[in-house]
Design a protein around this ligand. Sequence first.
Ligand SMILES: [Zn+2]
Length: 305
Amino acid sequence: MTNSNDMPLAAKPINRAAHRRTDEAWLEQAILREDALILLLKAGEPFVTAEGGLYWFGPEALRVSPGSPRLFLGEDKAGAPIFALDLPPKFDLAGSLIAGAGEFSDFRQAAAGMAAMDANCASTARSLFLWHQSHRYCAKCGGANGVVEAGWKAQCANCGAEHFPRTDPVAIMLAVKDDRALIGRQKFWPPGFMSCLAGFCEPGETIEQAAARELFEEAGILCDPSRAEYVACQPWPFPSSLMMGFILPADNEDITVDSKELESARWVTRAEMRDIIEGKHAELFCPPPTAIAHHIMKVWAFRSD
Ligand SMILES: [Zn+2]
C-alpha cells in the first residue's frame, strides 16, 4: 500500500516551524545566517544546477534580486533556516550575478531529478508564490494585499482582511471492474499518454462523491462513492491542488465520453497496466513517478483482487 508520506512533493524532512512566521526579528537574522538555505523561483520555475538538482544558495542570494518577495519554508534536520525568493518574471539571468550557475527549469522536469526535501520545498514555494501573484488585491474591498507571516498569508492594507493560501482538493481515481481499469486522456496530451480520471471537489460534496461524480460526468461510469478505496494524497503545485487518490468499483462498462473533458477513455487489463507502468506497452504510457496517478495505477496493477 502506498503511504502519502512516501509521495513525491509531500513534506517529509521539513520542520515548518510555523511559530517563526510572525517573528520578524528572528526572520531578518535567520536569512543572513551562514547556514541559511535559499532557493530561487521565477514564475514558478525553480533555479537548478547544470546537473538538474535544486540550486541552494546561502545568504548571498539576497543580492541576486534585492527586494524580491521572501518565503520562510521552515528548518531542515540540522535546524538550518530555509527560504525561497520569488524573482520577477522579467529577471535577466544572463546579466545577473548568477549567470552561468544554472537555469530556471520547468517544474515537472526539474522535480523529477530532485531529492525529497528539495522537491517539497520547491513545490511549496511554487504554490505560495503563484497564489500571491494572483491575489494581489483584496477580494472584499479591492485594496492592495500585502504579504505577511513570512509568505503564508496576505492581508489587505485598506480593510485589514486576511487571506489564506488556497489548497484545492482534487479527486483522482481509477474505476475498476473485474480485471480491468479505466484510464483516459485529454486531447492536448502527447499521443499514447493515458492517466487516471480526475476532477475538482465541489462545495457540498465529499471527496469520494466528487470521484464518483467525475467518473460519471466524464466517462458515463457509475460508482458507489461509499465503496471508494482511499489510496494516498499528494500536494500538486499546478497551482495549488491536493490530489486525493481513489480506486472505485464500477457498476457498468459502457463508456460515454464527455468530449469537453476527455478525448478518449478505455478499459485496460491488469497485465496491460503493468506494461504501461513499466514502459513496455506498445502504444500507451503513463505519468512518471512524480505524479500520484502513477502510484494509483501501480497499486492496482500489482495486486490481485
Ligand atoms: Zn480589503
